[in-house]
Design a protein around this ligand. Structure first.
Ligand SMILES: C[S@@+](CC[C@H](N)C(=O)[O-])C[C@H]1O[C@@H](n2cnc3c(N)ncnc32)[C@H](O)[C@@H]1O
Length: 207
């Protein structure tokens, strides 16, 4: 995925996102919001998109959202203002590869359906780990490549279309498991059809 393709593909997605991909993948967002609300404190949502998770957080949490696509962010801003979401601290246009926050700024860093979309996902994860405080958590909801069968074959066939579709279909979970500052603490399957993965990692103090 190239950064220019993020802009162009999410310009096309923004008007229809909530009623299409957004609708069929709501289970992971609900679980992420419940998890983050139970933890409380300061949360960063990386690739906040149209802000589908924002109304689901409780008042125990203060949320900052960032996204590269101004078209997606505009949808999120409209939700915050129309729904008067006071727990949303700020929404900023930013590249997740270079997060403009000091080390350890957040208790929880969330990315739902983002890591297979961003260019350089390992670099994004390293930035998420940097801005999370030691003892804090990284919460990921994502589709990772199937290990075999027909779905795996379809994912491989779709791989050349990634810049047009706006995500990488051929994206193994190993790409997010190698960060030395992160220790896996939860993993689960999520709807639709168990195709999505719930992954929670704890930010350890040092490698
Ligand atoms: C599939 S959408 C997910 C949106 C939201 N998290 C959700 O669950 O509905 C992926 C989002 O990642 C954003 N994105 C892609 N690359 C990015 C980058 N380098 N920095 C920040 N956001 C990025 C896209 O603009 C898009 O809004």
């Amino acid at each position: 995925m190239k950064i220019d393709s993020v802009t162009s593909s999410y310009r096309r997605w923004a008007p229809v996102y909530d009623l299409t991909f957004g609708r069929i993948t709501s289970a992971g967002r609900r679980r992420a919001a419940q998890h983050v609300t139970a933890r409380g404190g300061r949360a960063l949502e990386v690739g906040v998109g149209t802000g589908l998770v924002l109304p689901l957080y409780g008042s125990t949490v203060s949320v900052t959202g960032i996204d590269f696509s101004t078209d997606m962010l505009q949808k999120a801003r409209t939700k915050v203002s129309e729904m008067n979401l006071r727990h949303v601290q700020e929404l900023r246009q930013m590249d997740a590869r270079t997060l403009d926050f000091p080390d350890g700024s957040f208790d929880t860093v969330v990315a739902t359906h983002v890591l297979s979309v961003v260019p350089e996902p390992e670099r994004v994860l390293a930035e998420m780990a940097r801005v999370c405080r030691p003892g804090g958590q990284i919460v990921i909801v994502n589709h990772f490549s199937a290990e075999g069968g027909a779905l795996r074959r379809i994912e491989r066939m779709a791989a050349p279309l990634e810049d047009h579709l706006g995500w990488q279909s051929n994206f193994p979970i190993t790409r997010v498991l190698g960060n030395p500052l992160l220790r896996e603490v939860e993993r689960d399957r999520l709807p639709p059809l168990g195709m999505m993965t719930w992954l929670v990692m704890e930010r350890i103090a040092s490698a």
